[in-house]
Design a protein around this ligand. Sequence first.
Ligand code: PLP
Length: 391
Amino acid sequence: MGEFDQRLNNRLAERKKQGLYRKLKTMNTAPGPRVDINGEKQLVFSSNNYLGLANDQRLINAAKATLDEFGVGSSGSRLTTGNSIWHERLEEKVAQFKQTEAALLFSNGYLANVGVLSSLPEKGDVILSDQLNHASIIDGCRLSKADTMIYNHVDMIDLEKKLKEERSYQRRFIVTDGVFSMDGNIAPLDKIMTLASRYGASVIVDDAHATGVLGKHGRGTSEYFGIKPDVIIGTLSKAVGTEGGYVAGSKTLVDFLLNYARPFIFQTAISPASCAASSVAFDVIESSMNKRESLVSKVQYLKMNLQELGYHVIGGQGPIVPVIIGESQKAVSFADRLREKAIYAPAIRPPTVSPSESRIRLTLTSDHTDEEIDYLIEAFRFIGEELKVIT
Ligand SMILES: *Cc1c(COP(=O)(O)O)cnc(C)c1O
């Protein structure tokens, strides 16, 4: 083996030793609760396809019709040859859905965060970022010329202290996940908005996990709290069921990003067919009150039962149900034992979460049946006793 490969292998060995080695699994079937992974039938309790739209016939039909007419690729960046009526229709749809003046598409949510945070806060500004924000927010802050300060997770006293102390900056931005991806809790956005207006700061919310799920029409945290943040970032890859990212806000904001956000300028546009499917998804989401209500009650039922078994379950109203197991090796063993019982829910380990808080991160979708949820609870009882997570 060459010296270069040797070096890479040493790094990989470190990961294996820490129980942090990652590898891919192959899905042999379409997304849904019942799939074939690596040739095994599994019940999935970890997908972001909260409303089952990734495999919804209405979205598939919209994509197919557009594929026939517009082809498979967009052929260029939005500013060259890649912009179609489908992109513009979807942006209108997103703005209407999020009740903002305008919206701008990105290739995915990751790049929407990177695009906003690397362009909007300038040198002389400061970004106040929640400790548990998504990796794409962290990477966006790293690319920004503004300073970044981390405030303790959802700690409004710490946030206010930092807003007070850092008055010498030209502009202060507060950035937060709407629903935290690994903990499942909802950011206290009502309080954040109050602090922001008191101290003249701008608020950027990443609503990746809230969109489609929170609020009567599924508009996300803005509807849930009745607030209007300056910048709303989102993804089409979770409850919306497709792919792509977006930023929603004022017309001026969109015009600014179109001119300054490098991930927008230098990336090929997503395909028109994908846009067509997403547009239909927003119609479906707005009218899916029953699905959302049944999802919430399923989540409550699961949490209550796991807590009765003695588990430390965290999270909020949303479909993310993290169950704390402890050390990363134990969480990995737990996930392995679940898989033997045909349940797919991976262990979340450091560096994603802190070392003693490795967890099984469960998510529910509206497609899970009551019987499947009971089967999951029974597996948690059995494995938890076996591995002495519960007594
Ligand atoms: C998934 C996620 C993203 C990234 O979105 P993609 O479209 O998958 O790139 C960004 N922020 C949060 C909070 C997420 O959970």
